[in-house]
Design a protein around this ligand. Structure first.
Ligand code: C5P
Length: 213
């Protein structure tokens, strides 16, 4: 496929800490496409809900908050990647009204772009069901826990590996079992098990599939 022939959408979905975000971001950089991390959007909603002391019993207020969030504004990752935010983001993600609001912003992001790489849980199934390429990332839970643990350690967080594993399991279960846009592999997406792979290796598989190499 010729990289310059048309604007394209590349969708990445998968389980938490499966490597999809890292690979999606590297791919976007390589192709000079815009990158959208939809998980970060849910995390930002959770972060500002905590900051403004709005809890889950007040979904209307969370919706109001969403209207005021500047999703393009960066927040230090160390404030966004900790247990309370991770846990609340997946609880917030169960509400259809919230998903609908974020869905509009996500689809808007695609407009006028040459090409985009988007990662999340429902990109290939709900957000961009007609995406040109779809990938579904997964890896063994112990390996994913180790990766997330290392990430958190680098950020200076002190947490036990066993706890990281437990939290990932809870979040995956919630994401898979929710009624609204659950984590699901689209039939036409390519499954990539990254358990034994480096980031480079997963990226190469994708570049091969895209024939952009
Ligand atoms: O990808 P990340 O782990 O940062 O996402 C945080 C949470 O946001 C997920 O556990 C999931 O509940 C939610 N999410 C979602 N749909 C997306 C992206 C993330 O429900 N497209």
């Amino acid at each position: 496929m010729n990289k310059k022939s048309k604007s394209i959408i590349i969708a990445f979905d998968g389980t938490a800490a499966s490597g999809k975000g890292t690979v999606a971001k590297s791919l976007a950089e390589k192709l000079r496409y815009d990158y959208l991390d939809t998980g970060l959007m849910f995390r930002k909603v959770a972060y500002f809900s905590i900051k403004n002391k709005v809890n889950l019993s007040n979904i209307e207020k969370i919706c109001e908050l969403i209207d005021r969030i500047d999703f393009a504004k960066p927040i230090p990752l160390s404030e966004i990647y900790f247990d309370e935010v991770s846990d609340l983001s997946s609880k917030i993600a169960e509400f259809n009204i919230i998903r609908e609001k974020l869905l509009n912003i996500q689809r808007e992001f695609a407009k006028g772009k040459n090409g985009i790489v988007v990662d999340g849980r429902d990109i290939g199934t709900v957000v961009f069901p007609n995406a040109d390429f779809k990938f579904f990332f997964d890896a063994n839970i112990e390996e994913r826990a180790r990766r997330r643990y290392k990430q958190l350690q680098k950020m200076g967080k002190s947490i036990k590996l066993q706890k990281v594993l437990e939290y990932l399991k809870i979040r995956d279960k919630r994401d898979i079992e929710r009624k609204s846009a659950p984590l699901l592999k689209a039939d036409d997406s390519m499954l990539i098990d990254t358990t034994q792979m480096t980031i480079e290796e997963s990226l190469n598989i994708i570049l091969n599939k895209l024939k952009f190499k």
